[in-house]
Design a protein. Structure first.
Length: 142
Protein backbone atom coordinates (compact mmCIF):
# COMPACT_ATOMS: atom_id res chain seq x y z
CA UNK A 1 0.00 0.00 0.00
CA UNK A 2 1.27 3.46 -0.83
CA UNK A 3 2.34 5.16 2.41
CA UNK A 4 0.61 8.35 1.28
CA UNK A 5 -2.73 6.67 0.68
CA UNK A 6 -5.76 6.95 2.94
CA UNK A 7 -5.56 3.27 3.77
CA UNK A 8 -7.49 0.16 2.84
CA UNK A 9 -10.92 1.80 2.76
CA UNK A 10 -9.91 5.15 1.27
CA UNK A 11 -11.53 8.36 2.44
CA UNK A 12 -15.31 8.48 1.97
CA UNK A 13 -17.28 11.34 3.52
CA UNK A 14 -20.54 13.21 3.17
CA UNK A 15 -19.84 16.57 1.59
CA UNK A 16 -20.92 19.75 3.34
CA UNK A 17 -23.07 22.48 1.86
CA UNK A 18 -20.07 24.62 1.03
CA UNK A 19 -18.40 21.89 -1.00
CA UNK A 20 -18.89 21.21 -4.68
CA UNK A 21 -22.17 19.42 -4.11
CA UNK A 22 -24.90 20.23 -1.65
CA UNK A 23 -25.62 17.68 1.04
CA UNK A 24 -29.30 16.83 1.00
CA UNK A 25 -31.13 18.01 4.11
CA UNK A 26 -33.44 15.79 6.11
CA UNK A 27 -37.09 16.74 6.39
CA UNK A 28 -37.57 17.80 2.78
CA UNK A 29 -39.77 15.17 1.11
CA UNK A 30 -37.89 15.02 -2.19
CA UNK A 31 -34.53 15.00 -0.45
CA UNK A 32 -35.09 11.98 1.79
CA UNK A 33 -34.01 9.55 -0.92
CA UNK A 34 -30.80 11.52 -1.49
CA UNK A 35 -30.01 11.57 2.23
CA UNK A 36 -30.52 7.85 2.62
CA UNK A 37 -28.57 7.10 -0.55
CA UNK A 38 -25.64 9.27 0.56
CA UNK A 39 -25.60 7.59 3.98
CA UNK A 40 -25.68 4.18 2.36
CA UNK A 41 -22.91 5.11 -0.07
CA UNK A 42 -20.62 6.22 2.77
CA UNK A 43 -20.98 2.70 4.14
CA UNK A 44 -20.67 0.72 0.90
CA UNK A 45 -18.09 2.65 -1.15
CA UNK A 46 -15.23 1.99 1.33
CA UNK A 47 -15.96 -1.74 1.12
CA UNK A 48 -15.70 -1.66 -2.67
CA UNK A 49 -12.54 0.48 -2.48
CA UNK A 50 -10.99 -2.29 -0.38
CA UNK A 51 -12.22 -4.97 -2.78
CA UNK A 52 -10.89 -3.14 -5.85
CA UNK A 53 -7.39 -2.63 -4.41
CA UNK A 54 -6.30 -6.11 -5.38
CA UNK A 55 -7.91 -6.22 -8.81
CA UNK A 56 -5.93 -6.04 -12.02
CA UNK A 57 -6.53 -3.26 -14.53
CA UNK A 58 -8.50 -5.70 -16.69
CA UNK A 59 -10.70 -6.72 -13.75
CA UNK A 60 -11.36 -3.07 -12.96
CA UNK A 61 -12.20 -2.38 -16.61
CA UNK A 62 -14.74 -5.23 -16.50
CA UNK A 63 -16.17 -4.01 -13.17
CA UNK A 64 -16.54 -0.51 -14.65
CA UNK A 65 -18.34 -1.86 -17.73
CA UNK A 66 -20.64 -4.03 -15.59
CA UNK A 67 -21.49 -1.10 -13.29
CA UNK A 68 -22.16 1.17 -16.26
CA UNK A 69 -24.47 -1.42 -17.85
CA UNK A 70 -26.37 -1.99 -14.61
CA UNK A 71 -26.83 1.71 -13.86
CA UNK A 72 -27.81 2.56 -17.43
CA UNK A 73 -30.29 -0.30 -17.64
CA UNK A 74 -31.86 -0.03 -14.19
CA UNK A 75 -31.34 3.54 -13.00
CA UNK A 76 -35.09 3.89 -12.58
CA UNK A 77 -35.15 0.91 -10.19
CA UNK A 78 -32.25 2.49 -8.33
CA UNK A 79 -34.23 5.65 -7.69
CA UNK A 80 -37.83 4.47 -7.49
CA UNK A 81 -37.52 0.85 -6.42
CA UNK A 82 -38.09 -2.30 -8.37
CA UNK A 83 -36.69 -5.73 -9.05
CA UNK A 84 -33.18 -4.42 -9.77
CA UNK A 85 -32.94 -1.84 -6.98
CA UNK A 86 -30.37 -3.71 -4.90
CA UNK A 87 -28.10 -4.60 -7.81
CA UNK A 88 -28.25 -1.11 -9.31
CA UNK A 89 -27.42 0.56 -5.98
CA UNK A 90 -24.55 -1.86 -5.53
CA UNK A 91 -23.35 -0.98 -9.03
CA UNK A 92 -23.51 2.72 -8.13
CA UNK A 93 -21.37 2.17 -5.03
CA UNK A 94 -18.89 0.15 -7.06
CA UNK A 95 -18.77 2.88 -9.73
CA UNK A 96 -17.95 5.52 -7.10
CA UNK A 97 -15.22 3.24 -5.71
CA UNK A 98 -13.73 3.00 -9.20
CA UNK A 99 -13.94 6.77 -9.71
CA UNK A 100 -12.30 7.33 -6.32
CA UNK A 101 -9.10 5.95 -7.90
CA UNK A 102 -8.78 9.09 -10.05
CA UNK A 103 -6.47 11.85 -8.82
CA UNK A 104 -8.59 14.06 -6.58
CA UNK A 105 -11.20 11.32 -6.18
CA UNK A 106 -14.86 11.81 -6.98
CA UNK A 107 -17.61 13.98 -5.54
CA UNK A 108 -21.16 13.01 -6.48
CA UNK A 109 -24.57 12.43 -4.89
CA UNK A 110 -23.52 14.09 -1.62
CA UNK A 111 -20.45 11.89 -1.17
CA UNK A 112 -16.73 12.44 -1.71
CA UNK A 113 -14.40 9.46 -2.12
CA UNK A 114 -10.65 9.36 -2.78
CA UNK A 115 -7.67 7.10 -2.16
CA UNK A 116 -4.89 9.57 -1.39
CA UNK A 117 -4.53 13.03 0.14
CA UNK A 118 -5.11 15.86 -2.32
CA UNK A 119 -5.75 19.58 -2.40
CA UNK A 120 -9.29 20.58 -1.38
CA UNK A 121 -10.20 17.14 -0.06
CA UNK A 122 -13.33 17.57 2.06
CA UNK A 123 -12.44 14.46 4.06
CA UNK A 124 -8.88 14.96 5.14
CA UNK A 125 -7.38 18.26 4.04
CA UNK A 126 -3.64 18.45 3.54
CA UNK A 127 -1.84 19.95 6.55
CA UNK A 128 -1.45 23.71 6.41
CA UNK A 129 2.16 24.74 5.95
CA UNK A 130 3.20 27.75 7.95
CA UNK A 131 5.53 30.40 6.63
CA UNK A 132 9.05 30.54 7.93
CA UNK A 133 9.76 33.52 10.19
CA UNK A 134 10.63 36.61 8.17
CA UNK A 135 13.98 37.02 9.91
CA UNK A 136 15.22 33.82 8.30
CA UNK A 137 15.22 31.68 11.41
CA UNK A 138 14.16 28.11 10.82
CA UNK A 139 12.91 27.45 14.32
CA UNK A 140 10.09 29.16 16.13
CA UNK A 141 11.10 31.93 18.59
CA UNK A 142 11.42 30.79 22.20
ZN1 LIG B 1 -10.39 13.52 -1.16
Amino acid sequence: MNPESHGLFGCVVLVRKDDTERVPQRGQPNEEFSVLLADWLTFMVPLFIAELRHMTDEEIRRARADALEQIASHGDDLQYGGRHQGSSRTALAKALAILARAEGGVTALGVHACLAPHVDCPGRPLPVLTDHPRDGRTEPPS
